[in-house]
Design a protein around this ligand. Structure first.
Ligand SMILES: [Zn+2]
Length: 383
């Protein structure tokens, strides 16, 4: 059994839109309130409030602000759980310190239970009548939870998570090393290269013009919200194009292979390089790795992340020689030890493949995983 996610477009009527706005507002209010409380308490007493304290305080808060009782109480508790995981991710150094949610960015709240999809494909949420939804694919499995969101451009979506029997692709025994880059987005040890489409770069000129127009509009004016909508739509289009491209590649790779080893990227550290920051956020490697892991779970492909300090580019994948003087501009190089000629990125992929601890269920394992990988590498290098 595994989880599967579906995203459907919602078409709430005006009355429903007003109620959803209330739900988004309450969820945002609770999130921001407890984020503030927690930072204040910590500043004063070095005590760190977590979900248990928040849930207790939420009961009091609801007495103080009675409009909070108008929305589904489980969604508010869920918001606190989301805040907790935001803090957890921060303490594990996986994310920045939680930020306040803004009224004009993407809005969302989650319904952890007591919702359903009617036989004619409408969504039933607690305290609301059914909302029109476009169910463009069949929902498999039992419903687990649903997140309702509204994009800055004003579109509504339901992301439904179900628990279902997962179809595992037949064992292929195929393993690859995978490298992420800027010139080519994905390079594999096969070798295969997927170009970087640079969607953001391509929209940049249009975006700059629209952003300049937006900045000239008077705050609070009607024309300002119109201009903001146009900017939001450009951003949305770029994000959709990118996501679509990444869905296709990650699906192909996880279906064709049984194990993928890739570099564990220090994305945050990389973005500090101001020259590259824009390009790096445009390729969205982090999002791609998330997709890869999610699909790997579904299709039975193990994703292994190799420690990021491993010198994957500088090492000759054939003899192990480390070429210390290799620079970022060297796209190709020849090993002085064994005179093997390398494509920089493909060589890195071979190394990642060799150095990962691949746990692949092999039918009859005559060799250790490392030996198998070694043989595979030598085979692919010579072919
Ligand atoms: Zn060599």
């Amino acid at each position: 059994m595994g989880n599967k996610a579906y995203r459907f477009r919602l078409y709430p009527n005006q009355e429903q839109q007003a109620f959803l706005a209330k739900c988004f507002g309450c969820s945002r209010f609770v999130y921001n309130h407890f984020l503030r409380v927690t930072t204040d308490v910590y500043a004063e007493s070095k005590k760190h409030f977590r979900y248990k304290e928040w849930a207790r305080l939420l009961v009091q808060l609801k007495k103080e602000f009675q409009w909070l009782a108008e929305v589904n109480s489980q969604s508010l508790q869920q918001t606190l759980k989301d805040l907790e995981s935001a803090f957890t991710r921060f303490f594990k150094k996986l994310a920045k310190f939680p930020r306040f949610k803004k009224r004009l960015s993407r809005q969302s709240f989650r319904v952890p239970q007591h919702f359903s999809v009617t036989s004619d494909g409408k969504l039933k949420l607690p305290k609301m009548n059914t909302i029109k939804m476009v169910v463009h694919r069949e929902i498999e499995g039992t419903l687990k939870n649903v997140t309702i969101s509204k994009t800055p451009s004003g579109k509504y979506y339901a992301s439904i998570v179900t628990e279902t029997e997962i179809y595992k692709a037949p064992l292929t025994g195929e393993k690859i090393g995978l490298d992420l880059g800027l010139k080519d987005f994905v390079i594999t040890s096969k070798p295969e290269k997927f170009p970087n489409p640079r969607y953001f770069q391509k929209s940049l000129r249009r975006l700059k013009i629209r952003q300049r127009r937006l900045s000239r509009k008077v705050k609070g004016a009607n024309n300002r919200s119109k201009a903001r909508l146009i900017v939001a739509k450009i951003h949305e289009k770029v994000a959709n194009q990118r996501l679509d491209y990444q869905h296709k590649i990650s699906l192909k790779l996880t279906c064709e292979n049984q194990a993928i080893s890739c570099e564990d990227l220090n994305i945050k550290g990389m973005v500090k390089n101001r020259k590259l920051a824009k390009q790096i956020s445009d390729v969205a490697w982090g999002q791609f790795l998330t997709l890869l892991e999610y699909k790997g779970d579904i299709y039975g492909c193990e994703i292994h992340r190799v420690d990021r300090f491993f010198p994957s580019s500088k090492r000759c994948s054939k003899c192990g020689y480390i070429k210390e003087d290799l620079t970022l501009t060297d796209r190709e190089w020849t090993c002085p030890e064994c005179s093997e000629h390398h494509d920089r990125d493909v060589n890195a992929c071979y190394n990642l493949l060799q150095f990962s601890d691949l746990k692949i269920p092999l039918e009859e394992r005559e060799f250790t995983p490392n030996q198998t990988v070694e043989m595979l590498c030598i085979k692919s290098v010579s072919s």
